[in-house]
Design a protein around this ligand. Structure first.
Ligand code: SF4
Length: 327
């Protein structure tokens, strides 16, 4: 094994194709090479959904099913629940003593998210979530963090926090490196924004064949194309973005065919629908197996959480010793 990976998702809803190409695909591919920890970040979900914890509870197992369906092997990767590892909360508290409010306020992702959510004043937990995310990474001394592009500022901040801790006390923690997916930002079906649950422009990993077909049918295309022979601009078309993201033989020809007005949008959409359904089909098959065995899913989550807790306890022992708090 080359080292440890930690990554995960806020439990605010099921996962979509943007999550898959941005990070989940990497996790599946790397689970044989790295000791992999996947965090079901229920506490972090509270930073924006504290008024609706019921939603987090409902989605916890859905996200676990998304992982397992996408090909995460529970014999290799450890899936765990963030709130059941109290050491993460403890470590967050220690880190928060030396992280300044300004460094958090100036984090570009925090600024963009606060604007998007219309926050006039930021909640303490929301502003500080990069600190808690650092604890998620540091507790298991992860070396690599597969993340989406928008998470890069957080990883940079995590590296600084870990470096500062190591300088202040003892070098017991590891500075993590980010790993960006092949397609760090997948455009949504509207063609204007990143694929996102809140914007209603997503194709979910649990979609049926019919749902994929219907969604792609309604997807935005190049508005300049009315007739098949009209010259197209695939670079602005989300359908072409999916051809590129879920590339297969013939995908490269789509660009030229669209540019030269040699392919109609319906035909082009048909091809991409087929490709996405080919990708999702094995996921559907695995999902059914796990869905029919909820006890097994609970066992995976509980044994993963127990394993992560043991690692967390050992790291906290070293941390408390480094901080002279080993009373
Ligand atoms: Fe988009 Fe394909 Fe139509 Fe070109 S042919 S505009 S890539 S859907």
């Amino acid at each position: 094994m080359k080292g440890r990976i930690v990554t995960g998702d806020r439990i605010t809803g099921k996962l979509h194709l943007g999550h898959y190409v941005g990070s989940l695909k990497n996790r599946v591919e790397l689970q044989n090479q790295y000791e992999t920890y996947l965090i079901l970040a229920d506490v972090q979900a509270l930073t924006t959904h504290f008024e609706n914890p019921e939603l987090i509870k409902q989605n916890l197992r859905n996200v676990a099913l998304d992982y397992l369906s996408a090909g995460i092997n529970p014999e290799q990767a450890t899936i765990f629940i963030q709130s059941l590892i109290p050491e993460i909360a403890e470590l967050t508290t220690y880190f928060s003593m030396f992280v300044t409010v300004n460094s958090l306020r100036h984090n570009p992702t925090i600024k963009a998210e606060a604007k998007e959510r219309g926050f006039q004043d930021m909640y303490y937990g929301f502003l500080g979530y990069p600190v808690s995310q650092t604890a998620d990474i540091a507790f298991c001394k992860a070396t690599l963090v597969p993340v989406g592009e928008d998470q890069l500022p957080h990883i940079e901040q995590s590296r600084k926090i870990v470096r500062r801790f190591n300088q202040l006390y003892k070098p017991v923690l590891v500075e993590p490196e980010p790993l960006i997916g092949e397609i760090p930002r997948l455009v949504g079906l509207d063609g204007n924004h990143k694929m996102s649950k809140s914007l209603g422009n997503a194709i979910y990993l649990d979609s049926s064949e019919e749902e994929v077909r219907e969604k792609i049918k309604k997807a935005t295309t190049d508005p300049a194309r009315i007739h098949k022979t009209d010259v197209g601009h695939p670079e602005i078309c989300p359908v072409y973005a999916y051809h590129r993201a879920f590339r297969q033989e013939g995908s490269d020809e789509i660009f030229e065919s669209c540019k030269k007005g040699q392919i109609g949008c319906m035909e082009c959409k048909g091809k991409v629908t087929e490709r996405i359904n080919d990708l999702l089909e094995p996921m559907r098959e695995r999902r059914i197996v796990y869905q029919n065995d909820p006890k097994r899913v609970d066992e995976i989550l509980m044994s993963g959480t127990e394993k992560a807790r043991l690692v967390a306890k050992e790291t906290m022992r070293e941390i408390r010793e480094a901080m002279s708090m080993d009373y």
